[in-house]
Design a binder for this molecule. Structure first.
Ligand SMILES: NC(=O)c1ccc[n+]([C@@H]2O[C@H](COP(=O)([O-])OP(=O)(O)OC[C@H]3O[C@@H](n4cnc5c(N)ncnc54)[C@H](OP(=O)(O)O)[C@@H]3O)[C@@H](O)[C@H]2O)c1
Length: 273
């Protein structure tokens, strides 16, 4: 895939991985639109990167996605790359009743339903422009980090959904890419320590490896430890699952350092839980 001259929408482009890709895409000569729920944050980013277009939007809200799609159709009809990146991760203790049954499935509403909705709302535009869809899943699509059990299930779901999407669009001239990042230093992984044996790469390292893979035409991109986890999940699933459980056990709320209760956000934005 040539990486200039596109019109690219990055959901959750106001922080971490999404922002790193958005600024790189801009630098490479693309028109780039980013979304996020917090308008104040988008306004701040616009100040630092005036070339980026920003639209406040919540992928977990169907009306908000419909309104985003309408705005994109009106102002960016040449949209040809959709990067479904918005996501949250919450540590959860499945052994105790959840205090809030609605919030218990927030990751599904955002990580899974958000990706499916955004794709559907813009699929005709992407098809008309013979474009590319990039779904951001995770290395944890293959192996569960047990402290974030629902998050890992959402990423496994995105892996399956992306495979079907790729087959359904294979004759439509639309390329479907799945990016499965390993652990990356962002707000989402603030609670994760390298002491557990999990290596955290920087967003710049992730972007550089992904750009190389996109240029080489790869449709399943597994940078660094993501590739190792993929193969371990096939060769010795019991071993790798046990290792990850041991590493993440202290992060289960009520089991270790995260304190009591049934859930806690990994990042600083506890309100997302
Ligand atoms: N960091 C890692 O180690 C890692 C590894 C594998 C995969 N991933 C995946 O990579 C993606 C980005 O993660 P990150 O680490 O960059 O996280 P991050 O730093 O916490 O950034 C998340 C971004 O998503 C936005 N967002 C969250 N909920 C949203 C919603 N409902 N609607 C629209 N935007 C929303 C956030 O903005 P607002 O809060 O303002 O909405 C923010 O811009 C996620 O899908 C994550 O699962 C991350």
């Amino acid at each position: 895939m040539k990486l200039s001259g596109h019109t690219i929408l990055v959901t959750g482009g106001s922080a971490g991985i999404g922002l790193a890709f958005a600024t790189k895409f801009l630098e490479l000569g693309n028109e780039v639109i980013i979304t996020g729920r917090r308008k104040s944050r988008l306004d701040q980013i616009k100040k630092n990167h005036p070339g980026l277009h920003t639209i406040a939007s919540d992928v977990s809200d169907a009306a908000s996605v419909a309104s985003l799609a309408a705005e994109v159709r009106e102002h960016f009809p040449r949209l040809d790359v959709l990067m479904n990146n918005a996501g949250v991760m919450v540590s959860r203790n499945l052994a105790v009743p959840a205090a809030d049954l609605g919030a218990l499935t927030s990751e599904i509403d955002i990580n899974v339903n958000g990706t499916i909705r955004t794709t559907s709302a813009l699929i005709d535009v992407i098809r008309a422009n013979r474009g590319t869809i990039i779904n951001v899943s995770s290395a944890l699509a293959f192996v569960p980090l047990t402290s974030a059990p629902i998050y890992c299930a959402t990423k496994a779901a995105i892996h399956s959904y992306t495979s079907s999407l790729r087959f359904q669009l294979q004759d439509a001239g639309v390329q479907v890419v799945e990016l499965m990042p390993p652990a990356v230093k962002t707000e989402l992984t603030e609670g994760l320590s390298e002491a557990s044996g999990i290596k955290l790469i920087t967003t710049d390292e992730l972007v550089a490896a992904t750009i190389k893979a996109l240029e080489a035409g790869k449709v399943e991109i597994r940078p660094g430890q993501a590739n190792q986890l993929h193969w371990m999940s096939r060769l010795a699933p019991g071993v790798i699952n046990g290792m990850l459980h041991k590493a993440s056990k202290p992060l289960i709320p009520g089991e270790g350092e995260s304190g009591g209760g049934g859930s806690s956000a990994w990042g600083h934005r506890g309100g997302l839980a």
